[in-house]
Design a protein around this ligand. Structure first.
Ligand code: HEC
Length: 311
């Protein structure tokens, strides 16, 4: 009964305002909506940035292989960090730390708050974080067209909208140093980016293995660890057989052998496909663009207008 009374009094309120009870508020909102709609139309916003993009499903074979690679510590030289150590889906695709801890963690299996660096006696390694930049989320990696990393050092030459960086040869990336620019051979931005955390000492490479003198040597070593093609036996034969099977499925190549299939390029491509699969685009602003004028508050509408003004 109470509910009925409440509902009908709301209805009366609604009717009253419709009859000009407080038309000032209504007309301000309407004008704001109209103004904002002009901006939305002017910018051609559809609310769906995934339109006209080729985005894999997480259940695609290559994305599934990529997920395994994203979660394995076998891509860190000392088996103490994985991509997921700093980019966990339950931590928003990041690690909920200001600065991440990768290699030499006190407990390599602990992610997020509480992950500490081993105190190695060196004043730099005092238990605090060692990576000097925050780990951004990897969600929506399929929507990036210009570059990756805070400073875009993995960068598309064209930035073409919808191309996710473009194909092989269209992306430049650091070579022997961050300042040397070389062409990526692996395709889109997320795949190219995946070549780098494994070569960063603080993230996944760690500080030993002096014989591996540059990034490419580390990459070759890790690919060989999974394939065993050049005699690496860090992993057991049965573990390598599991990887071979996963790569055969991922690349739909049931007959291919480990040395041709388990390459650093394919590792990066598969990780890239996994990262490109999760899409988080449902939000109140999208709903507003699609026509639901109640989806965001008046304050948010004013904010949106400011955000899009000046162009
Ligand atoms: C120790 C933590 C750590 C690990 C491990 C790690 N990352 Fe990151 N990741 C970072 C940090 C920090 C950045 C930003 C670095 C920068 O911009 O210079 C980053 C940036 C990225 C970005 C770019 C996001 C953007 O918005 O530009 C992607 C994608 C990514 N990482 C994927 C990976 C993958 C794939 C792996 C495994 C091969 C991995 N990360 C391993 C910490 C980590």
């Amino acid at each position: 009964m109470k509910i009925v009374v409440f509902t009908s009094s709301l209805l009366i309120l609604f009717l009253l305002s419709g009859c000009g009870g407080d038309s000032r508020v209504d007309s301000t909102t309407t004008n704001l909506d109209k103004e904002l709609r002009t901006k939305i139309d002017g910018f051609g916003l559809t609310g769906d940035p995934s339109l006209n993009r080729n985005i894999p499903s997480v259940s695609d074979a290559q994305a599934q292989l990529g997920m395994k690679l994203f979660y394995t510590k076998a891509l860190s030289l000392d088996f103490d960090a994985a991509c997921v150590s700093c980019h966990h889906p339950l931590l928003g695709g990041g690690d909920r730390l200001s600065f991440p801890i990768g290699s030499e963690a006190m407990d390599p299996n602990l992610l997020g708050p509480g992950r500490l660096h081993k105190n190695t006696g060196n004043s730099f390694f005092d238990g605090g974080p060692t990576v000097p930049r925050n780990a951004p989320t990897t969600f929506n990696a399929a929507l990036f067209d210009v570059g990756m990393f805070w400073d875009n050092r993995v960068e598309s030459k064209t930035g073409e909208v919808g191309a996710n960086g473009g194909g092989a040869g269209n992306i430049v990336m650091p070579g022997k140093s961050d300042f040397e620019r070389v062409e990526s051979l692996v395709g889109n931005l997320p795949a190219t980016q995946a070549l780098f955390p494994i070569t960063s000492a603080e993230e996944m490479r760690s500080f030993g293995h002096a014989e591996l003198q540059d990034g490419n040597a580390v990459r070759a070593y890790l690919a060989d660890r999974l394939s065993g093609a050049n005699g690496n036996n860090d992993l057991s034969e049965s573990a390598r057989a599991v990887w071979l099977e996963a790569f055969r499925e991922g690349f739909n190549a049931p007959e291919a052998n480990a040395s041709t299939l388990i390459t650093i390029e394919n590792i990066a491509r598969a990780i890239g496909e996994y990262e490109r699969s999760p899409l988080f685009i449902n939000n109140p602003w999208k709903s507003y663009i699609e026509g639901n004028t109640d989806a965001i508050s008046e304050q948010a509408k004013k904010g949106a207008l400011l955000f899009y003004s000046g162009y």
